[in-house]
Design a protein around this ligand. Structure first.
Ligand SMILES: Cc1cc2nc3c(=O)[nH]c(=O)nc-3n(C[C@H](O)[C@H](O)[C@H](O)COP(=O)(O)OP(=O)(O)OC[C@H]3O[C@@H](n4cnc5c(N)ncnc54)[C@H](O)[C@@H]3O)c2cc1C
Length: 295
């Protein structure tokens, strides 16, 4: 039995794909491909798969019906270089294996992230965790030069501490989260889809979304059919709660969106009459907008 290989992916192994100023994603290795998903599913379904016409149909069936273990048969290993503030978000994904560069053992390089001027924006009023409208140029410039100055002063202090004999594990406390770290990251396709569904989403911070997009681009080469199903049913799919189903029914019966939302218990206004900017009603309208905007 020969190991599965995808020639296009083999050519990508070891190639650095830049992300942000000093970061990158590298595909280090992989195990399996779309065929491994199909093979596992056919073992578990046996004769049952006869009703499924082809491999693509089977993979799409598995995705729709959340039969997830066949997707666990595919594994990916990446080398990722990323700012510490992005790493803190990434490491929350526990269903993966990580081995990080040790700043107790090695000296942290003098590389830190300074967001581009267009990335420094107002606090978002809609997504409480995100950024929104542009800021005046002088505010942006001040922020970026403060960040530069703070990081270079911090690195100078770090270097002084090391030269004075302070242990690396202690000296690193001087470095802010804009500095970079690096790790190997191994994950199976099922858990990767979960990671991507959260980190490609518009609610995730822009920087981690850039990494997620690069990871997705590489991983897709190995399992194009599974990725197509993931995009069709998870990324582009919609789920509706009970109240949303009721509101949709009322819309189909000819009610306006505010009428349907009010009758279904999806509030669009506050008690004082002001329009809501977040909440179940607003999210339902966003879902309707996604339906309308689909090409
Ligand atoms: C937009 C966004 C904003 C966020 N904001 C915050 C924030 O403000 N503060 C914060 O702390 N975190 C925040 N997070 C992190 C978030 O809460 C999750 O920790 C992170 O997305 C990892 O998701 P996960 O636990 O599903 O993934 P994984 O750790 O990979 O777990 C995958 C799945 O395995 C199961 N699982 C794994 N471990 C356990 C467990 N111990 N118990 C039960 N089930 C388990 C769950 O079903 C889980 O969904 C944010 C994430 C996103 C995407």
């Amino acid at each position: 039995m020969r190991r599965v290989s995808v020639p296009e992916a083999d050519r990508l192994i070891g190639v650095k794909h830049p992300v942000l100023a000093h970061g990158f994603v590298v595909l280090v290795d992989y195990m399996g491909n779309d065929a491994a998903v199909v093979q596992a599913a056919r073992v578990s379904y046996g004769q049952g798969t006869k009703s499924v016409r082809d491999d693509r149909g089977l993979i799409r069936y598995l995705m729709r019906h959340r039969h997830t273990t066949p997707f666990e048969m595919v594994e990916y290993k990446f080398l990722v270089r990323l700012p510490i503030y992005v790493a803190r978000q990434w490491i929350r994904h526990r269903t993966s294996s990580t081995n990080e560069y040790s700043s107790r053992y090695s000296i942290v390089p003098d590389e830190y992230e300074v967001p581009g001027p267009e990335e420094v924006r107002h606090q978002s009023t809609r997504n409480r965790q995100g950024r929104g409208e542009p800021l005046p140029a002088d505010v942006v410039d001040r922020f970026r030069s403060d960040l530069e100055a703070g990081a270079s002063q911090a690195y100078a202090a770090y270097t002084r501490a090391l030269e004075a004999g302070v242990a690396r594990e202690t000296a690193r406390l001087l470095l802010p989260v804009a500095f970079y770290t690096q790790w190997y990251w191994k994950i199976n396709l099922h858990n990767l889809f979960h990671f991507l569904s959260l980190r490609l989403d518009a609610h995730a911070q822009e920087e981690i979304r850039l990494y997620a997009a690069e990871v997705a681009k590489l991983a897709r080469v190995i399992c194009p059919v599974a990725f197509e199903a993931f995009e069709d049913f998870q990324i582009e799919g919609l789920t509706l709660g009970r109240q949303e189903r009721k509101a949709l029914r009322l819309l189909l019966e000819g009610k306006t969106a505010p009428e349907a939302c009010a009758a279904a218990g999806l509030p669009l206004t506050r008690e004082d009459g002001r329009p809501m900017t977040t909440g179940e009603g607003v999210e339902f309208l966003e879902k309707l907008e996604r339906v309308r905007s689909l090409e």
